[in-house]
Design a protein around this ligand. Structure first.
Ligand code: TPP
Ligand code: SF4
Ligand code: MG
Length: 363
């Protein structure tokens, strides 16, 4: 007789303090003091750059998922830098897949575990099955295979770690590269002073709209508890789940190494990466409303990839951010509306912006 497939349930963590607006009794930002699991299935010993956003994302996701987990990784930085010969940072089973096959490979793992458990050949429970694909894989070369897996509703969590470029092959443009940033395939010059001329693909909204039975969420490495809870919600969801995580790339974006987490917050506070989750039962989006709204220059000016920007480029990005604020149901302050006028701006390198505060990074 077929054996029952038992699912795990991962508890959610306390999220108070997510906006970093309040201190706790000890005077420290509560955001950094959650009840974290001790285990680290993604250990030290890899070769990513210092300050690598995707490596931080890998660590938090696997911390949230725990030891009874299997992971797949399509080709990209997080395959190459994590799989040095005879050395790996994983304490859980991990497999590399071709860049186009993250979705189909993971479908196979999910179907395989179900069959093995039913036949009594795997003791169970059903493991947490995760694939973490870069934006080049998830939004471009491997989009079809991930969409197919979501459509078929395999019980697994499909993650796009988005560093907004094909990083591993030398920082080339990808479909999520933002307008007016510079990559090695979209350098700025006389013909294209903005560098990248196309707007980015809205991958997470595509996934939610196109696969309405799936749990879909966005998050960033600026909000570790949010990231870990959405990982757990995605894994607890019976069926396919998709998570889009904003992960700064220190090498490709050219910023101070210690600022990865800060940039992960500022992109949200600048209105350029809305954080939300889509509940398939309600068929509704739930948006995070950050307590701080900043001009986009506070975010852009921290990164060398935007250093060439002219006033009209900044104004265009501010207009996009303002549309995002409206989309998530927030008012647009007068100062930010005025920022849609190029006459209000200088070249980015001459703009004044608020200096990064140390809001507890590493605390
Ligand atoms: C079909 C195919 N085309 C191109 C490549 C070369 N390639 C290897 S890694 C990589 C970059 C992948 O970018 P992304 O998925 O965003 O991951 P990242 O390197 O940014 O972490 C590319 C293009 C490949 N391995 N397979
Ligand atoms: S190039 Fe970017 S994504 Fe790749 S290891 Fe370095 S910081 Fe991480
Ligand atoms: Mg990438």
């Amino acid at each position: 007789m077929a054996k029952e497939v038992i699912r795990q349930h991962l508890p959610l963590m306390e999220e108070e303090g997510r906006g970093a607006a309040t201190d706790d009794d000890t005077g420290r930002d509560r955001h950094y003091l959650p009840e974290l699991p001790d285990e680290d299935p993604y250990q030290a010993g890899h070769r990513t750059c210092a300050g690598c956003g995707p490596a931080i994302e890998y660590r938090w996701v696997l911390k949230a998922a725990g030891q009874d987990t299997v992971v797949a990784g399509p080709t990209g930085c997080m395959y190459v830098a994590n799989s040095t010969y005879l050395c790996t940072p994983y304490t859980v089973p991990w497999a590399h897949t071709p860049i186009a096959s993250g979705g189909s490979f993971t479908s196979g793992m999910a179907a395989g575990y179900e069959a093995l458990i039913r036949k009594g050949r795997h003791p169970g429970p059903y493991p947490n099955i995760i694939v973490m694909a870069g934006d080049g894989s998830a939004a471009d070369i491997g989009l079809g295979s991930i969409s197919g897996a979501l459509y078929r509703n395999h019980d697994a969590l499909f993650i796009c770690y988005d560093n907004e470029c094909y990083a591993n092959t030398g920082i080339q443009v990808s479909p999520t590269t933002p307008y007016a940033s510079m990559t090695t395939f979209t350098p700025f010059g006389k013909a294209k002073p903005e560098g990248t001329s196309l707007p980015p693909k809205n991958l997470a909204k595509m996934m939610a709209a196109g696969h309405p039975h799936c749990y879909v969420a966005t998050t960033t490495v600026g909000y570790p508890v949010d990231l870990m809870n959405k990982t757990r919600k995605g894994l607890n969801h019976r069926g396919a789940a998709f998570m889009h995580c904003f992960t700064p790339c220190q090498k490709g974006w050219v910023y101070q190494t210690s600022m990865t987490v800060e940039i992960g917050r500022r992109v949200v506070e600048a209105g350029l990466f809305p954080v939300w989750e889509y509940d398939p039962a309600e068929r509704a989006y739930h948006y995070f409303h950050p307590p701080v709204q900043r001009p986009v220059t506070d975010y852009l000016a921290m990164q060398g990839r935007f250093g060439h920007m002219l006033p009209e480029h900044i104004a265009s990005i501010q207009a996009q951010a303002n549309r995002n604020w409206e989309d998530i149901g927030m008012d647009v302050p007068a100062e930010l509306r005025e920022g849609e006028d190029p006459a209000r701006h200088a070249r980015l390198r001459e703009e004044t912006y608020s200096m990064p505060l140390n809001r507890g990074v590493g605390a």
